[in-house]
Each structure stands twice: as structure tokens, then as C-alpha cells.
Design a binder for this molecule. Structure first.
Ligand code: CMP
Length: 139
């Protein structure tokens, strides 16, 4: 039981074969995987996913990058999932991420920062439903 968050292992981390290491850290931190897929986002889909950042100067780069290669998308379950996952992944900019966090270990830059994590319960639901149908979520 518990509540849920949504994550993506981004193209840089998939490319470098970090999927296994990142999933191990996620499992070791007590998160249960309730949905997961290996996929590649079209530009359209990446653009829609990051719609909230549309006016940001990095939006174009973000969409280009997120559609540049395969990703792993997953819904994770744990008590206090959103906040605990953000603690596990560390700051958006890996240069500012705490020791032992996923981004400190696996990320290379603010754009190629290895993983995404939802920033609220509401967004976790929206983002999870963006990538998964009800039948693909097995709690
Ligand atoms: P994410 O948590 O997936 O949500 C939005 C993403 O935008 C963020 O991770 C970063 O990878 C990216 N991002 C944030 N700030 C910048 C920036 N200044 N330049 C490029 N990408 C950024």
C-alpha cells in the first residue's frame, strides 16, 4: 500500500546502461513497482508531457532530448512516495544533488539528469495516467 509517484529513467541513463543500477536503488529504498515500460517518446508526446514548461527557455531542448532515445517509465508505490522519491533522486541539477542520490551518482547535467520524479501527488496521477492505462497498473 502507500501512495504513488511517477518516474522516467531518461535517455542519457538508458544509453549508459544505468537502468539496472537505478532500479536497484529504487527497490532498495522501499519503492514497489506497480507499472513499468521501456519505450521511446515521440516529439509530440514529449512536448505534451512537459507542456507545463512550454514557456521556459529550455523547453525545446527538453523535448528534443526526451525524445532522443528510449526511456523507462514507471509508477512507484510507497508511503510518502512523491517526497521520498524526490529525496532519493536529489536536486534537478546533479552538481547540487546530495551524496548518495541517484542524480549525484548517475546524472551528467541539468538537462541529462538521469531520472524524472513527479513534484506533487496531483502531478503523479496525471503523469502516470499519461503513460499507462488502468490495465497496465497492477497494485
Ligand atoms: P524533470 O524533473 O524531468 O522536469 C523538467 C526538466 O527540465 C528537469 O527535470 C530538467 O531535466 C529540465 N531542466 C530544468 N532546468 C533546465 C535547464 N536550465 N536547462 C535544461 N533543462 C532543464
Amino acid at each position: 500500500a502507500g501512495n504513488r509517484t511517477f518516474t522516467m529513467i531518461k535517455p542519457d541513463a538508458v544509453e549508459k546502461n544505468y537502468i539496472g543500477g537505478i532500479l536497484k536503488m529504487i527497490n532498495d529504498a522501499g519503492f514497489k513497482i506497480v507499472a513499468m515500460k521501456y519505450t521511446q517518446l515521440s516529439k509530440e508526446k514529449a512536448g505534451a508531457f512537459y507542456e507545463v514548461h512550454k514557456e521556459r527557455p529550455f523547453y525545446g531542448e527538453l523535448v528534443e532530448y526526451m525524445s532522443s532515445g528510449p526511456i523507462v517509465a514507471a509508477i512507484l508505490e510507497k508511503d510518502n512516495a512523491v517526497e521520498d522519491f524526490r529525496t532519493l533522486i536529489g536536486a534537478t541539477n546533479p552538481a547540487e544533488a546530495a551524496e548518495g542520490t541517484i542524480r549525484k551518482i548517475y546524472a551528467e547535467s541539468i538537462a541529462a539528469n538521469a531520472v524524472h520524479g513527479s513534484d506533487s501527488d496531483e502531478n503523479a496521477k496525471i503523469e502516470g495516467n499519461f503513460h499507462f492505462t488502468a490495465e497496465e497498473i497492477i497494485g
